[in-house]
Design a protein around this ligand. Structure first.
Ligand code: NAD
Length: 323
């Protein structure tokens, strides 16, 4: 397959590029390398990809880059670029969320329609549910986000549905539930937990620790993205890890894994749902989704990646494979 991955320098995007290349797919990655977190981390995510056969990188903003030439020969576009994070999406930052999540997605959809793209996979979010009416939550439950970020992901997902219904753009929107694994974004809970522990610093735990998440390993997520693109199925589906764990339980598990955590109270943050838990029946039926990495194995992989990071090839410069 010839694939385009937007957000290729990010946490999930870089894992997806690796997976696609391992299947022999040709990949064009696009990323603006935004400063939402340290761009050096994104350059490190890209480094092992640059120079690999079948990979090309385009450094650019999706709001301004001509997309049709990039999409014209693609079999699938995986649209992961966006402005993530619930807590920072209030106040004046909302404009950035609107731009990067909604306006960019509409531009991607226009290009997909104009080039008759065979498949568009969009990274939506469990944040669209907010405090859901039922758990585990099926896709049929009415979304009611509790953060502006969730509102923008819902709007982008609805745009995908609109272009699918009106113009027949074959879109798949995957509602990702708390993705974790090596190279996780530094603002996310496990990343902050492991970094604090390795540095011998206390970890400020938001809320009482009883808030729970359906944590999903990044390897399972990117495998599902490719499977959904190959399946021919279109629509909206949950991608959860299949087990709901409280933050207190995750902290205890990390201690068992040899990364003891010293917790200090951090106070609750507006925008965080109390619970998330995915009903993954639809994804299983539609494209055979079956998460295989449990939390113990996934957290152990994260700890290993921080304590013994893989060596980066010295000649991997950002512009080596640019198109
Ligand atoms: N990580 C999670 O748990 C999670 C959960 C639900 C949904 N998602 C969604 O998955 C996607 C990837 O998340 P992530 O955790 O890898 O985030 P990330 O921030 O690591 O990756 C996003 C990438 O998109 C790029 N980008 C942003 N705006 C751009 C633009 N206008 N043009 C080009 N590139 C741009 C950024 O530079 C970044 O490298 C996001 O859309 C996010 O909303 C993530």
């Amino acid at each position: 397959m010839r694939a385009v991955v937007t957000g290729a320098a990010g946490f999930i995007g870089s894992h997806l590029c690796e997976l696609l290349l391992s299947h022999g797919d040709e990949v064009v990655g696009i990323d603006a390398v935004t400063t939402f977190y340290d761009p050096a981390r994104k350059h490190r995510n890209l480094a092992p990809l640059l120079g690999r056969d079948g990979f090309a990188f385009h450094h650019g903003d999706l709001l301004r880059t001509p997309l049709e030439p990039l999409f014209a020969t693609a079999d699938a576009v995986y649209h992961l670029a966006g402005q993530p994070g619930v807590r920072g999406s209030w106040g004046t930052e909302f404009a950035l969320y609107l731009e990067r999540n909604v306006l960019v997605t509409q531009r991607v959809l226009e290009a997909a329609r104009d080039t008759r793209l065979p498949r568009l996979v969009f990274a939506s979010s469990s944040s669209v549910y907010g405090d859901a009416e039922t758990y585990p939550t099926p896709e049929t439950v009415r979304p009611r986000p509790v953060s502006p970020y969730g509102v923008t992901k819902l709007a982008a997902e609805q745009l995908c549905e609109t272009y699918r219904t009106v113009f027949g753009v074959p879109t798949v929107s995957l509602r990702l539930f708390s993705v974790y694994g090596p190279r996780q974004r530094p603002d996310m809970a496990f990343s902050r937990l492991i970094t604090a522990t390795c540095a011998g610093r206390p970890f400020p735990l938001y809320g009482d620790g009883g808030q729970s998440r359906d944590f999903t390993y990044v390897g399972d997520v990117v495998a599902a993205m490719r499977a959904s693109a190959l399946s021919g199925w279109t629509g909206v589906a949950n991608l959860g890890g299949g087990c709901e764990v409280t933050m207190n339980q995750a902290v205890a598990l990390l201690s068992e894994l040899g990364a003891p955590v010293r917790v200090i109270p951090g106070g609750p943050r507006p925008g965080d749902a109390r619970r998330t838990a995915a009903d993954i029946t639809l994804a299983r039926r539609a494209f055979g989704y079956r998460p295989v990495t449990d939390l113990r194995a996934g957290l152990a992989a994260m700890v290993r990646a921080v304590t013994a990071p893989p060596a980066v090839p010295r000649d991997s410069r950002l512009n080596r494979s640019e198109v």
